[in-house]
Design a binder for this molecule. Structure first.
Ligand code: SF4
Length: 258
């Protein structure tokens, strides 16, 4: 099968609700509305309550975990943050810990020096501008150092229950590979997904797509024989038309980095 190479996604803050709204009215994908409903119905049977795999204990630690996860695995971030969040689970405690000690906790994570700077800076800003609380709008979240649109969307969804699509590498790949919501940039894919995903499925769609990409529709070789939407999928890369049995999967076990 021909491998479709995609550029790595770059986030930009330009997309806004109006853009997404306009897109909702005009986007056309490779699937009929009924097919899209069926795709997400199957994901919902497999994982009725999908959850993210980044460990956190409150909105602040979620912001920190997502900021640390850029170009790192969730398992690697979890390994570092378990000990970190035991001593620094608020902006005030993070500042008290200080940048140098913070670096020690996260030095197994890529780009840790820069990330430590950002975490200290965002803790300071949370205290000075937001009374130590994590703000609840995308615009405010994106004023925090190291927080881009993707991080803001993850926080809005996971901490505050707002339906958003944070386009990470898995979602970007799947949306293009299976022609569900093709786009050249994460913003385009986000707008396209918002236009095709049925309202009822929007809240969990982010995690369903990430988990499908992480465990089945993998980057190097999609495992189509294990895929519950293989009969519906319109990817030129797919290697099977026979859907895997549709059953609820066991509760997620968050992988622990060795
Ligand atoms: S059939 Fe294959 S390419 Fe299509 S979604 Fe499933 S795993 Fe991905």
């Amino acid at each position: 099968m021909k491998n479709v190479k995609l550029k790595s996604p770059k986030q930009s803050p330009k997309l806004n609700a109006a853009t997404a709204g306009r897109a909702r009215g005009r986007q056309r994908g490779a699937y009929s509305a009924a097919e899209v409903v069926e795709i997400f119905r199957r994901f919902s049977v497999q994982r009725p309550e999908p959850r993210g795999e980044l460990e956190h204990v409150n909105p602040f630690t979620l912001v920190v975990a997502v900021a640390l996860s850029a170009q790192a695995t969730d398992a690697g971030v979890n390994k570092a943050t378990r000990a970190l969040f035991a001593v620094a689970d608020t902006p005030q405690r993070m500042l008290a810990l200080g940048e140098e000690k913070l670096r020690d906790y996260i030095k197994t994570i890529g780009l840790y020096r820069n990330k430590a700077k950002n975490v200290i800076a965002l803790s300071e800003k949370l205290i000075t501008d937001f009374g130590g609380e994590v703000p609840r709008t995308r615009e405010e979240l994106m004023t925090l150092p190291g927080v881009g649109r993707k991080t803001a969307n993850v926080v809005l969804s996971m901490a505050f229950g707002k339906p958003t699509i944070a386009v990470d590498t898995h979602i970007f790949r799947i949306a293009n590979r299976i022609l569900l919501a093709p786009g050249r940039t994460p913003d385009e894919v986000e707008a396209h997904l918002l236009s095709v995903i049925p309202e009822d499925y929007l809240y969990h769609a982010h995690h369903w797509l990430i988990l499908h990409g992480r465990y089945v529709c993998k980057a190097r070789r999609p495992e189509c024989e294990r895929c519950v939407i293989a009969d519906l999928c319109k990817s030129p890369e797919k290697s099977s038309d026979i859907p895997a049995p549709l059953v609820e999967l066991p509760p997620q076990v968050v992988p622990v980095a060795g």
